[in-house]
Design a protein around this ligand. Sequence first.
Ligand SMILES: [Zn+2]
Length: 256
Amino acid sequence: MLSDENLERYARQVIMPDIGEDGQERLLAARVLVVGAGGLGTPVIMYLAAAGVGTISLIDSEYVELSNLNRQITHTTASIGNPKVDQAAAMARALNPAITVTPIQGRLEDGNMATLLTSHDLVIDCSDNVDTRYRIGDGAHHHGIPLVFGGAVRTEGQLAVFQSGVTGHQDTPCYRCVFPDMPDSQQAPGCSEAGILGPVTGVIGTMQALEAVKLILGLGSTLTSRLVLFDGRNSGFMEISTAARPDCPTCGSASA
Ligand SMILES: [Zn+2]
């Protein structure tokens, strides 16, 4: 049973027939790991907190810089120099004090990967480096939890859901099936080299939060086996169907 306060706080989503009080209870019971407190992670954490996702952990090693502020919307001028995770967690708690928000200042590495992934129901990749992306992709597959992936640079973004390790979805691709070759920094320049327009990260981060909420609720069709490309310059979306690769070193038959 939801408390009176929660019935009012979440009234506009509880009133939806395919959410209801049961769906809200599911959101409140959910545990989500957000990797990265930058342009994608900051809108993600605010929308998860607003929706009442009950346990949110946020991991990032960086400190707020002035050049972050065109897009990383939980960070303020006064917070420059503070750990990003502390600032983002403080803003999420101010929005919704009843949920648990845990800031983890550090990087997702082999040493903490298993513990962090297995103590959450899903992971949202809002990181900004290729190495971390592949680690999360492989880790989510091996530990059997859904992954909501997003990326953005300049005026372009991309978004997908991976559930290859999740029961009932084993025939769907993992991250490495869709991105088999790890690009180098010249092929895939980051925001610090190539630039990024703030609202583009807002679009992709907000869609990542939506996919996470849908996964928790079992609502609609998620972006599993689908890669969405966003062209912010011309305001268009394109969708690519994706498939598992039998020769994938992470999820293919050779990996068993
Ligand atoms: Zn694979």
